[in-house]
Design a protein around this ligand. Structure first.
Ligand code: SF4
Ligand code: SF4
Length: 328
């Protein structure tokens, strides 16, 4: 939600935006126009990364205003086919694979088919695993410049997870954690179980097996998904995982608050721009001599794995990195 009363039109949000090259004057002008109800160019140029929410000194949430305007005007120009493909995710079959009583639920949302082979991991033993339409958080609509379905569907999503009766729900997909924490709070919805981010869960399980961990002394760059801009607090668990594994997270330009989008939201709109963003990201990781790039989001992984490999970096999912340390 955009808090207009907090916005003093300082322009720091759009001056920061890594996908345009605005000076402060232009940033202030476009924010002024945006708040006045107009549709300045940034509405269509935005890649929906939500990073400007993080840099706003008054937490006014400028991206939320951009996102509303994108929905109202269609300024992102998302092709109809891409919209239809996303809508089809509501038809995915719902699957519940029962685990041991008392263990947490692991929600795969709609990424089940993308992460299937990653489930063969001792860290997921005995969990109840759910996926499909009933457990679809719908946060991806934000990247299509259409935030209203996310709010509309939020209660259904929470109720379906609550009906499973678990005390803890582990979110494999970062989007789900965003919905169950930051967005649920914003929508005034109660979540009657504890949402656990996959980083926290992995860290907790690794700690139980601390004596079995064989160090992985690699330089590993991290690709942060855009939904993480809403839930920065959990990143502390990634640092703790790296420490346990003995991996180094090299300081690079596009890291933490400066992290870049993987380019996936741009693929349907502008492939050349998507390729340029990917290159900036990978070149940056190479500059700090990263040997691998670790992923949290399946979409980021699918989108960047080839260019990673082509540039001599091993693309690896965070769950696999943890598994590797236990199997080493
Ligand atoms: S949204 Fe925040 S950063 Fe942007 S102009 Fe308003 S106060 Fe400044
Ligand atoms: S959401 Fe990201 S791309 Fe859009 S204006 Fe903010 S920083 Fe720029």
């Amino acid at each position: 939600m955009f808090y207009s009363e907090r916005c003093d039109l300082c322009g720091k949000c759009l001056e920061f935006c890594p996908y345009v090259d605005y000076d402060l004057e232009r940033a202030q002008k476009e924010m002024k126009d945006l708040v006045a109800g107009e549709t300045p160019p940034i509405v269509g140029l935005c890649v929906t990364c939500a990073s400007c929410n993080l840099v706003c000194p008054t937490q006014a949430n400028p991206f939320d205003l951009l996102n509303e305007r994108q929905e109202k005007t269609g300024a992102l120009g998302i092709p109809e086919q891409a919209m239809q493909n996303f809508n089809k995710l509501h038809n995915l079959p719902t699957v519940v694979k029962k685990g041991k009583e008392g263990k947490p639920v692991l929600n795969l949302c709609i990424v089940g088919d993308m992460v299937r082979e990653l489930l063969d991991n001792p860290l997921f033993e005995d969990l109840t695993i759910v996926e499909g339409a009933d457990y679809f958080c719908t946060v991806g609509y934000i990247h299509l410049g259409k935030p209203s379905p996310v709010k509309k569907e939020a209660k259904r999503f929470i109720d379906n997870l609550a009906a499973l009766g678990a005390k803890e729900v582990v979110c494999f997909h970062d989007d789900c954690y965003t919905l169950l924490t930051t967005l649920a709070q914003e929508y005034g919805l109660k979540v009657p179980f504890r949402p656990i981010h996959i980083f926290e869960y992995l860290y907790r399980e690794l700690l139980k097996r601390k004596d079995q961990i064989k160090k992985i002394p690699l330089k590993v760059a991290y690709q942060s998904p855009c939904a993480s801009r809403y839930t920065q607090g959990k990143d502390i668990y990634l640092d703790k995982i790296f420490e346990l594994l003995g991996a180094e997270r090299p300081a690079r330009k596009y890291e933490r608050v400066n992290a870049l989008c993987c380019g996936a939201p741009l693929m349907a709109r502008d492939k050349d721009r998507a390729a340029a963003v990917k290159k900036m990201n990978i070149d940056d990781a190479k500059n700090v001599k990263a040997e691998a790039m670790v992923f949290l989001c399946p979409m980021c992984y699918l989108n960047l794995r080839k260019i990673c490999r082509d540039d001599g970096m091993d693309p690896v999912f965070i769950t696999e990195l943890c598994k590797k340390a236990l199997a080493a």
